[in-house]
Design a protein. Sequence first.
Length: 259
Amino acid sequence: MWQWQTWSGLPYLTCDLLADWQHGFFTRQFAPRNPQDLTPILAAGASTHRLKQVHGNVILTPAEIESTTDLEVETGHALADGLLTARTQQAVWVASADCNPILIANRQTGNVAAVHAGWRGTSLNIATLAVKRLLVGADSIADIIVAIGPAIAGEVYQVTTQVGLEVCRSIAPNPPSGDLEADIASLLSLSNSPLLPDAQAGRVRLDVRRVNQLQLEQLGVDPQQIAIAPHCTYQEPEYFFSYRREKLKQVQWSGIVSN
């Protein structure tokens, strides 16, 4: 389902589910190119749109970017974590260096979304909010397809138990009881849980990709409409930057172009 492509000898990933859209999950080899440089690789002539990501759940269209006053002072980029197209030939981009880059498409309308979903954005249900916006004026959630790109894998992503509970709250079978240890134990006992035990007290391992998948499935997206890249940014330094590994602010970009 995931394929390596090359441009001028440089590798990037595509997902078969998104074969009808020009898209790519780009690697560290493309640094320091930015979305303006990368868009022509996917679709010459498409307009380019990006954000200043802030680990929230605000999603904007290019038109909404033009009208917002919530901007980064230095660059003028809008402060948000999701982009949604409203017409053809719009390329939307997100950056990641362990967080989940999620590309979403609507087969009926041809519109797409690019979402930056770290643990904070995931706890705020940013991916499901993007799907809901893509469904405005559309017929069926069966037209939604989702590709979750390379991100840090759950087996190496250690977080506090409080963070683990906050992120998994939306997919927990029962409301939090107020007993942190009991709530964590309940989540660990789930079949194919997004939480894994950790040897250090007060810590767990968190699979953020799995949480996003479960949130989307709870919304009604069929599992066959969701693809998760089998690549970990932390464990594959030859292809990906990882903030957790390197403690440097370096990113790879992921983008998709509306039909």
